[in-house]
Design a protein around this ligand. Structure first.
Ligand SMILES: [Zn+2]
Length: 417
């Protein structure tokens, strides 16, 4: 399931009961009833509006905290338990999260449309309500919290400011841009065309949090000189990626002239080979493989073997060809088995080429058509990585993705754009 399919309904009202000086009021999706008569509306973040009767006549929005003895108990719109107000007083004011404006009401962190998304404490700690994985209190830390600015008052009513910036991050850039710059060493020295190419290649992976996990676990990428005429290499010992500077520059020209996927003639006539011009995300794909669970890696191997036997049957290599690429007549390009000729070489190159193709919209479309099974697996890796990464990364990626959803980096349309 993609995040867009599980986004919350429009009406952000909880369900349960309000207890008010011995009286019980029914709350149904936010609508508050006294003996069947509507007397107001309660949002998840504890804001009441259009109230009358025992709640007091008021059209203007008010926080539940200002009505003495008023307590709500029930569930929020996602079914997680909710009690309002919170037991201890907290800050009230405006909070900016990775550029997204949020409200804080007595410690309750909410969106402009009153969705309760977490808690903000006096010491600056942020807890998120993860509606997708039904975790009501994910505590963020310096690895999972995005840039945060708070201004308002503390629980005692005194002026209070808080700021959190991630180490080495530029304040004028959002999370995904900052992560890409941290991953790609020497980014600032690139030309603007090269910068755009690197940003585009890694946008999907930085926005879903996997680039950060890969950077911290496996390493970074940098331009350098790679021997044996390869475009890039991923170090087995360090996990760092070195991209050949010349090849990198050439590839940006190729992608401009021929597009992402180029069909090139080979010297084995009349055979052609499909080339994918995405070395940055290809090498990243090798690093990504290292953080996947054993079960996931086995599944990739299984998919690769299936594709390989299909390819061997349908497109056997020309007799004099001693390479491993998938070669085929020009009129069979659309019927090819592998996304690129090179993907046929091994399970590792298959995975790296599929990751690279999946990084860009055009490549995702092609991959979905040619190889729906791996395409589906990559979709799941982005939207529910906890099912596919090694156990040691599960907690962090869950916290990080909840944080990225709130910071508007990871959204339902990430894979459509
Ligand atoms: Zn490779």
């Amino acid at each position: 399931m993609t995040p867009s399919a599980i986004e919350r309904p429009q009406v952000n009202g909880p369900s349960g009961f309000i207890e008010l000086n011995g009286q019980m009021l029914l709350v149904d999706y936010g609508k508050v009833y006294l003996d069947g008569t509507p007397i107001g509306f309660l949002y998840e973040d504890g804001v009441l509006k259009d109230t009358n009767g025992p709640l007091g006549a008021s059209a203007a929005p008010r926080a539940i905290d200002v009505i003495p003895g008023c307590v709500f108990r029930g569930i929020d719109t996602t079914g997680m338990p909710l009690e309002l107000p919170f037991a201890k007083p907290g800050p009230t004011g405006g909070l900016n999260y990775n550029g997204v404006p949020l409200n804080v009401i007595n410690g309750r962190l909410s969106t402009q449309d009153h969705r309760l998304v977490g808690e903000f404490e006096e010491d600056g700690t942020v807890y998120l309500r993860d509606a997708i994985n039904k975790a009501p209190r994910r505590k963020l830390d310096e690895h999972t919290q995005l840039a945060t600015f708070f201004e308002g008052r503390n629980g005692k009513g005194e002026p209070f400011r808080r700021e959190f910036l991630r180490p080495l991050y530029k304040a004028d850039k959002n999370y995904s841009e900052n992560e890409t710059i941290r991953y790609f060493e020497g980014f600032d020295a690139l030309t603007s065309v090269q910068k755009r190419y690197v940003m585009d290649s890694l946008k999907l992976w930085s926005s879903c949090g996997l680039l950060q996990i890969v950077r911290k676990s496996e390493g970074t990428a940098a331009l350098g000189s790679v021997k044996h005429g390869a475009a890039g290499a991923t170090g087995v010992r360090t996990g760092n990626v070195t991209l050949d500077r010349e090849e990198f520059e050439k590839e940006i020209m190729l992608i401009k002239r021929f597009g992402l996927l180029a069909t090139v003639a080979t010297r084995w006539k009349p055979y052609f080979e499909v080339r994918l011009n995405l070395v940055v995300s290809h090498e990243y794909g090798h690093q990504l493989e290292f953080i996947l669970s054993q079960a996931t890696q086995e599944k990739i191997d299984e998919l690769y073997r299936k594709q390989l036997s299909l390819s061997e049957r349908r497109f056997p290599s020309p007799r004099s060809y001693d390479g491993t690429s998938e070669l085929l007549p020009q009129d069979k390009i659309l019927d090819r088995i592998f996304i690129s000729g090179y993907a046929r070489q091994s399970m590792h190159e298959y995975w790296a080429e599929c990751v690279a193709a999946f990084s860009m919209k055009e490549g995702r479309r092609a991959l979905k058509e040619l190889d729906p099974a791996i395409s589906h697996m990559l979709e799941e890796l982005v939207t529910a990585p906890e099912k596919m990464v090694r156990a040691v990364f599960v907690d962090q990626i869950l916290d990080l993705q909840a944080s990225l959803r709130l910071g508007n980096e990871l959204s339902g349309n990430l894979l459509d754009s």
